[in-house]
Design a protein around this ligand. Structure first.
Ligand SMILES: C[S@@+](CC[C@H](N)C(=O)[O-])C[C@H]1O[C@@H](n2cnc3c(N)ncnc32)[C@H](O)[C@@H]1O
Length: 304
């Protein structure tokens, strides 16, 4: 990877903590500062503890199997319209699952480049390779090592909420997409997260804590995608909010890390005592059949 990719926008607003290839011991403090996270663990997974990124990889795999996430992805695939022979970029591929699904659409005559900033995640994605035309590549969405107009289309799912300068990343996605190609962005709107079943005041306090912990740029990324694509000069921008519904805590915990008992508490949850009280109330609401959660993910597609 070229040096500029490593010193790109991830380093803006402060020093990039840990570079690819560093052998310094990972530090949880690198992404967390007691209160609001400066960035999420997903911004630089290779500099998080090994047990954390193993857990996050498994969480992403489970999320990809959740029917509500699959519903979001169907909307997004319809928007991107992948076709045989196309060359697509899956920017921030994670587990590589979507890259392989898109590869089935572009067929052997096309190709999907599955790109990720994390070497460990990319190794995990590569381990799941199924022989379809996917190439696994390490890189930074904010400083892509590709020429202009390289791709027919781009898929970028739940990545921009982890990138401090989303507009710079989108500019790169636009640059590498040929005129007439399509860019499909999917992102979460954490401010849309609602719960019912537990006491309202307690839930409100917990949601305030959850939102206060996320980096400010992450909180409402989903709803900003349309504006960002319009500002980037894309045409025919189509935007669809997809509200995911969870009728019990077990189903919700697959997509909502704050409810996932396997998720590292200090990475996603407020350390406050009321969080434990709330979890107990959520469990009871689940047993009574009264629990509900909803979260909106936004799909925005535009033409370069
Ligand atoms: C929440 S995961 C989403 C993965 C996958 N797109 C999905 O929806 O399942 C975010 C992914 O983006 C990657 N990522 C974060 N910052 C990145 C960057 N600047 N360039 C490329 N990938 C990045 C992370 O390593 C991680 O794999």
């Amino acid at each position: 990877m070229r040096e500029s990719a490593l010193s790109g926008p991830l380093g803006q607003g402060g020093r990039l903590i840990g570079r690819i290839g560093d052998d310094r011991p990972p530090s949880r403090r690198s992404y967390r500062d007691n209160g609001r996270m400066k960035r999420t663990p997903f911004a630089d997974l290779d500099n998080t503890p090994a047990d954390l990124h193993t857990m996050l990889f498994a969480m992403l795999q489970a999320m990809g199997r959740h029917p509500e996430i699959q519903r979001v992805r169907r909307v997004a695939v319809d928007g991107l319209r992948p076709a045989p022979g196309q060359r697509l970029l899956d920017a921030g591929t994670g587990t590589g699952t979507m890259a392989r699904q898109l590869a089935a659409k572009v067929t052997e005559t096309g190709e999907v480049v599955a790109l990720d900033f994390s070497g460990t995640f990319l190794a995990g994605a590569r381990a799941g390779h199924d022989g379809s035309p996917v190439r696994y590549v390490r890189g930074d969405v904010s400083a892509l090592d590709y020429g202009d107009d390289t791709f027919d289309g781009v898929w970028c799912e739940r990545v921009l909420q982890h990138v401090p300068n989303a507009d710079a990343a989108i500019a790169e996605l636009v640059r590498v997409t040929r005129p007439g190609g399509r860019i499909c962005l999917i992102d979460t709107d954490w401010q849309s997260l609602v719960f019912d079943g537990a006491p309202v005041d307690l839930t409100t306090a917990v949601l305030d804590l959850v939102r206060a912990k996320l980096p400010a740029f992450s909180n409402a990324m989903g709803r900003t995608l349309r504006r960002r694509l319009v500002r980037a000069g894309l045409g025919m921008v189509e935007t669809t909010p997809v509200t995911c519904y969870f009728g019990d805590p077990a189903s919700a915990s697959v997509v909502l890390p704050m409810l996932n008992p396997a998720a590292p508490r200090d990475a996603f949850m407020p350390g406050d005592d009321i969080f434990d009280q709330w979890l107990a109330e959520v469990e009871q609401a689940g047993r009574r059949g009264e629990f509900l959660a909803a979260l909106t993910l936004w799909v925005a597609v535009g033409t370069v």
